[in-house]
Design a binder for this molecule. Structure first.
Ligand SMILES: [Zn+2]
Ligand SMILES: [Zn+2]
Ligand SMILES: [Zn+2]
Length: 85
């Protein structure tokens, strides 16, 4: 994962953050440490599990995710930039 750019330089986040379209990983059904695609609302598990969220980001070209549940405390991460934004 590259860490060259700062979060302020990230241009990958969509103007409108999608709503999560599931409450569990859409591929494996995990309900633990979920990540949501900000582009389309896809829900997937994190890297410490089967990394279905990472696979989605790579396959669909949707690099920006939020941690679930999505609230003020959730973080936003850009896979393309390799940084929190
Ligand atoms: Zn970015
Ligand atoms: Zn999964
Ligand atoms: Zn997506």
């Amino acid at each position: 994962m590259r860490r060259q750019r700062t979060g302020a330089a990230c241009t990958h986040a969509p103007d409108r953050i999608a709503a999560p379209r599931a409450q569990a990983c859409e591929e494996c059904g995990s309900t633990f440490n979920l990540r949501m695609c900000t582009e389309c609302g896809h829900v997937g598990c994190c890297e410490s599990q089967l990394a279905h969220n990472t696979a989605h980001a790579r396959q669909r070209g949707h690099p920006v995710i939020k941690s679930m549940p999505v609230d003020q405390r959730s973080f936003t991460w850009c896979y393309a930039c390799g940084t929190y934004i």
